[in-house]
Design a protein around this ligand. Structure first.
Ligand SMILES: [Zn+2]
Length: 228
């Protein structure tokens, strides 16, 4: 009898352990916002220095290579946002390039591409969102996802803009997309640098026309939220 009870207990233990193992296996699919091993901020502005505007995988790779990389990011995330788990109303997710910035060597290094819903993506590209007049929505979303007060979200956005200003004072930033080569075997298309440069100039002209320029770069950084 005791043996039978032990067998049942062992069975439950094994079952429980198998469930925990399965949960561990699922962790990479759990949106950051709900992961026990992550803390806020789950989403915050991550602005690209002006010298690097337009210098992204869309410009540097063949269309089919970029499509393969971004669709792989969507598939890995089940077409849900990696940060909040949500989906956009018109299209579910967009591809966000995760860049690391080395301020000493001024190299922007690609670390990966993830799926984000349009709301989270709008927070990441704060400058673009602001120039479209959508910063209030983005600020509200940052508060919601991170569980922040308005003051905390505003401070974070202002710090991101100040950092953008510091980084945009340099024109010698370089871009390293070797992650795409290592993981997908793709390389920059011929003329990719020229396409990126042209896109950069077009974006800079547009921003300067909207906000004026100061010290060689668009001055929308001057529009800090605390000063509005
Ligand atoms: Zn999201």
């Amino acid at each position: 009898m005791a043996k039978a009870a032990g067998a049942v207990f062992d069975g439950k233990e094994k079952c429980w352990k198998a469930s925990v193992d399965r949960l561990d296996a699922l962790l990479p699919f759990v949106p950051y916002r709900y992961r026990p091993d992550r803390k806020p901020p789950y989403i915050r502005p991550w602005m690209v220095p002006q010298a690097l505007w337009g210098r992204n995988l869309r410009a540097l790779l063949a269309k089919e290579d970029w499509d393969r990389i971004r669709k792989d990011a969507y598939a890995r995330a089940g077409s849900r946002c990696r940060v909040c788990g949500g989906r956009g109303p018109k299209w579910p997710v967009e591809a966000d390039e995760g860049w690391h910035y080395d301020d000493a060597t001024r190299v922007q290094t690609l670390k990966g591409v993830i799926a984000l819903c349009p709301d989270c993506h709008a927070v990441r590209h704060w400058g673009k969102t602001m120039s479209a007049g959508r910063q209030d929505e983005a600020l509200a979303w940052m508060m919601e996802v991170n569980g922040w007060t308005r003051a905390a979200a505003t401070r974070c956005a202002d710090e991101a803009m100040e950092q953008w200003h510091e980084r945009s004072a340099y024109s010698d930033w370089r871009c390293d997309i070797s992650w795409a080569t290592t993981h997908y075997g793709v390389t920059t298309i011929q003329g990719g640098d020229a396409i990126a440069e042209k896109r950069n100039q077009s974006f800079v002209q547009k921003a300067s026309a909207q906000y004026g320029s100061r010290g060689g770069h668009a001055s929308y950084i001057q529009h800090l939220l605390y000063e509005r």
